[in-house]
Structure formats: structure tokens, C-alpha cells
Design a protein around this ligand. Structure first.
Ligand SMILES: Cc1cc2nc3c(=O)[nH]c(=O)nc-3n(C[C@H](O)[C@H](O)[C@H](O)COP(=O)(O)OP(=O)(O)OC[C@H]3O[C@@H](n4cnc5c(N)ncnc54)[C@H](O)[C@@H]3O)c2cc1C
Length: 415
């Protein structure tokens, strides 16, 4: 019987440990937190959005998009969900987003913990892995028991490194997996935070802080004279340092990537994507003409939040309390320009503690997609967020972590 050590008791490590055990291996799972799945418990605002019915090429980013297709060709999102439900995890779909039926991430941890115990996986928490070494036969894994301070060596045939990325505050993230991969000759693509808030330059951020809107957002990046645009639609939320919200988080990896390479990034926000510029100009002109005596901010207050209108008027050079009859056609054009193209230069993104996922990571050119085994070291596997793959919001990162964990666990036990 093969002995397999799984390092990391997060999304991919839990699947890897369970599938390896079910495939007949003797499995030890080492987790340095005092409980399993601490990050998993924080996902989806505590509800754990663990998959998505939609899968298109732009759901994942990274150095080799083909790798993700190859992984899902072996274990598709539907197979991941069947794997979970077959083992007793009830799922619920809401507009294509999958959650545990309880909508409680904690219940997913309970599910895994009881399954692992039931199958006889040796789970050791408060066990910080310090070193992984190739021996003549197999590997040795050295960990420190964080309760007793005792250092322990474990000999094994195969190792699955599932230590996750750098994202998330106090949830167990650390560099162990990247350093280990590097020590075995793997290339690490530069790491940077993704699915994260952006820090903007604008003197009115304090006024805007707290404003939420549904918008169409375009990110323009310029790097080495080359301009790129990425578009998203969804909620934006202003903060005192910049901007957040799903649409912004989705675009953040492109902004972060450009800025870390000394390029530039700026957002253009269309707060009224349902109207063309002409239709909006026409609409506002008519409203203003029909409400002759009203201050312009009152007249437009049902279109957008007042604080946002105030800043839009400032930018357009129009006084918010100006009576409508004072506005010229040019004033209205300027207001419409700001409503449909509110620009926000981005200085940086927030750092890893605030991010939901790590962009960059172990180059997937060095990993077999079907098994997650290293192409450089037989018997060594890498899963989940450690790899140079980052998913968009919507359950894509957990879906990928689960699929890679299932594949690695099964392959390590059987191949
Ligand atoms: C706040 C937040 C919300 C999120 N929400 C969602 C969501 O709703 N849907 C979604 O798809 N994705 C979400 N994600 C992303 C998702 O959680 C991760 O991409 C996913 O958990 C990665 O799985 P993993 O197995 O690679 O790593 P992890 O789940 O991070 O697991 C790695 C484990 O390894 C342990 N570890 C690290 N180093 C060592 C060591 N040296 N020794 C022993 N153990 C170690 C860690 O403590 C951790 O338990 C969210 C992330 C965050 C931070």
C-alpha cells in the first residue's frame, strides 16, 4: 500500500486526501492551522460558492489556458459536483452558482472532516510542514507540531503539495508550496493579488465612499506603449481609498499585472449602461425642461445616488444646487460624459491579505494536467491555487481546487 502525505488541509488537500484514501492509499494529511479548511470556511461570505454552471474560456486566467481545459477534460465541474454529492454533500444552485444546500461554508468543513475520519485518513492539525526532501526511495516530510514544538519526520512514497496561494488574511496562506516547487526546479510565474480592491487617485473619494451602483466598467491598461481593455458589468462600491465590488474585483488582476510591471491602469465607469449617450442626453434635457424650477441634483436624484451626482456635477463644472434653467446644452453633455465615462486612475491594487486569490504561481508547463504530477519529479504533485491559474469570481477557484485535488489524490494512489 502506498503511503501518501498531503500537505495542506484546504479545498484541494481535503479532496486529495479523501480520494487517495478511497483509492486504497495510506494517507496522512498535515495542516498547520489548528483546524481544517479555515480559508474554505471564509469563502463566499461564509456561504461557500463552490462551483458554477457556466464554463467559458475567460473564467480562468494564467500562463496556459489550455491547462485548465485539460484538467477539466479529466475531471469536469459536473464530475466535481457529482463527486461531492455522491459523498453526501448536498448542493444548491442559484442562478448558476453552486453552494452547499445549507449555504454555510462551515458545513462543508464538517462534511470533509467527518468523511476523512470515517475513511481513516490520519489528519494532523497544528502541523507546520518545514521541509520536503527527495530520498533514495520516496520522500521525507518534516513538520513541526505547533502545540508541542516537536519536530517530526515522515517517510512516504508520494507527496501532494496543496498549500494554497498567498491570498487571504490569517487563513493559513504561506510561501511553502512555491519554495518547495522551486527547490525541485519548477518555474514560478510572478505572484500578485487578484480578485481584490483597487486603490484610486481622486480627490473626491471621501465624498464617494459608501456609494454603490450597478455599472459597466472598462479597465484600460498601458504597458510598454501597448493598450489593452477589459470589460465587466456588475456592482461597484466606492471606498475611501478607491473602489471595490464584483466588477472591479474581476478586473483587478489585469490592473495589478500592468502596475507591477510599471505600466498604467485606469477605470472608466458607465453608471447608466442601459442608455446610449444620445438617449441619456435627450432624456435629461427633457426632464430638465419639464421640471424648470428644480435644482438639478433633485431633478436627477432618482437616476443615481446623490453623493455620486454631487461628484459628477463637480467634475462637469455644474453646481448641484443650480436651478435647471441655468444649465446649457454643454453642461448637460458634460454631465452625461461623467455619468457614462467616469474615469478613475488606479495607483495599485490592495495586497494579498485583502485578495481572494493569487495570480501567478507554479508554471503549469511543468505539471501533467491529467494527474497534477510534477514533470520534474515523479511522485510529487501540486494542486489548487499554487498553480499559475486564477479563476474569476463565481466559484471558479474552488471548482479548480477540488478538481485538481481529486485528480492528484486518485493518481497518487493508483498510478
Ligand atoms: C475571503 C475569501 C473568499 C473566497 N471566496 C471564494 C468563493 O466563494 N468561491 C471560490 O471559488 N473561491 C473563493 N476563494 C478562493 C478559494 O478559497 C481558494 O482559491 C481555494 O481555497 C484554494 O484552494 P487550495 O487548496 O489551493 O488552498 P487553500 O484552500 O488555501 O488550502 C491550503 C491549506 O494549506 C495550509 N498550509 C499552508 N502552508 C502550510 C504548511 N507549511 N504546512 C501545513 N499546512 C500548510 C493552509 O493553512 C491551508 O489550510 C476565496 C478566498 C478568500 C480569501
Amino acid at each position: 500500500m502506498k503511503r501518501i502525505v498531503v500537505i495542506g488541509g484546504g479545498a484541494s488537500g481535503l479532496c486529495a486526501a479523501l480520494s487517495a484514501k478511497e483509492a486504497g492509499a495510506d494517507v496522512i494529511l498535515l495542516e498547520h492551522n489548528d483546524k481544517l479548511g479555515k480559508k474554505l470556511a471564509a469563502t463566499g461570505n461564509g456561504r461557500c460558492n463552490l462551483g458554477n454552471a457556466v464554463l467559458t474560456a475567460d473564467c480562468y486566467r494564467g500562463g496556459n489556458p489550455q491547462f485548465v481545459s485539460d484538467v477539466f477534460a479529466e475531471c469536469s465541474p459536473e464530475q466535481v459536483r457529482s463527486w461531492l454529492t455522491d459523498r453526501g454533500l448536498y448542493l444548491k444552485e442559484k442562478r448558476g452558482y453552486f453552494y452547499p444546500y445549507s449555504e454555510q461554508a462551515a458545513s462543508v468543513i464538517t462534511f470533509f472532516a467527518s468523511r476523512l475520519a470515517d475513511k481513516g485518513v490520519n489528519v494532523i492539525v497544528s502541523a507546520e510542514v518545514l521541509k520536503l526532501k527527495k530520498e533514495k526511495k520516496g520522500f521525507s516530510v518534516t513538520y513541526k507540531n505547533l502545540v508541542s514544538d516537536k519536530v517530526v519526520n515522515v517517510a512516504c512514497d508520494r507527496v501532494i503539495v496543496a498549500t494554497g496561494g498567498m491570498a487571504g488574511q490569517n487563513l493559513g496562506a504561506g510561501p511553502f508550496g512555491y519554495e518547495t516547487a522551486k527547490s525541485f526546479g519548477h518555474v514560478i510565474s510572478p505572484l500578485f493579488p487578484a480578485l481584490v480592491q483597487m486603490v484610486a487617485r481622486d480627490k473626491n473619494l471621501k465624498t464617494l465612499s459608501g456609494v454603490r451602483a450597478e455599472a459597466a466598467v472598462t479597465l484600460t491598461t498601458v504597458l510598454d506603449g501597448r493598450e489593452e481593455q477589459h470589460k465587466e458589468a456588475g456592482e461597484v462600491l466606492f471606498t475611501d481609498y478607491g473602489i471595490s465590488g464584483i466588477a472591479v474585483m474581476q478586473l483587478s488582476r489585469y490592473a495589478g499585472d500592468a502596475i507591477r510591471q510599471k505600466g498604467e491602469a485606469a477605470l472608466s465607469i458607465d453608471f447608466l449602461p442601459d442608455f446610449s449617450r444620445d438617449a441619456l442626453t435627450d432624456n435629461i434635457s427633457k426632464r430638465i425642461l419639464s421640471d424648470f424650477e428644480m435644482p438639478v441634483e433633485d431633478c436627477l436624484s432618482t437616476i443615481l445616488p446623490k453623493k455620486l451626482l454631487y461628484v459628477i456635477f463637480l467634475r462637469a463644472g455644474v453646481r448641484a444646487d443650480a436651478k435647471n434653467e441655468k444649465l446649457t446644452a454643454k453642461d448637460i453633455r458634460n454631465i452625461v460624459k461623467e455619468m457614462k465615462g467616469f474615469t478613475l486612475p488606479i495607483i495599485q491594487t490592495k495586497d494579498f491579505p485583502m485578495a481572494q486569490v493569487t495570480a501567478g504561481g507554479i508554471s503549469v508547463f511543468g505539471i501533467h494536467a491529467a494527474t497534477l504530477e510534477s514533470k520534474l519529479q515523479k511522485g510529487l504533485y501540486f494542486t489548487g491555487e499554487l498553480l499559475d491559474v486564477d479563476g474569476t469570481c463565481g466559484g471558479y477557484n474552488l471548482q479548480f481546487a477540488f478538481a485538481t485535488g481529486i485528480l492528484a489524490g486518485t493518481a497518487a494512489a493508483t498510478k
